[in-house]
Design a protein around this ligand. Structure first.
Ligand code: FES
Length: 61
């Protein structure tokens, strides 16, 4: 799913950058998320947090 339309960045790309050790801010800077209109930043942050929570729930099961 696209999380940044301006840069055509998907949630998977953001997750992969985060899994590789980048902070949210670093990943956004690297991928260009929020660098155009900026309207995607809140949704991108919430999407990443939701993915992290899902991964933690899967680990604890
Ligand atoms: S949608 Fe991400 S910068 Fe515009």
């Amino acid at each position: 799913m696209y999380i940044c339309i301006c840069k055509a960045i998907t949630d998977k790309q953001l997750e992969d950058a985060h899994k590789a050790g980048k902070t949210f801010k670093e990943a956004c800077r690297l991928l260009g998320i929020g660098s155009e209109c900026g309207t995607c930043l809140t949704d991108a942050w919430e999407n990443l947090k939701r993915s992290q929570n899902q991964r933690q729930e899967q680990k604890s099961e």
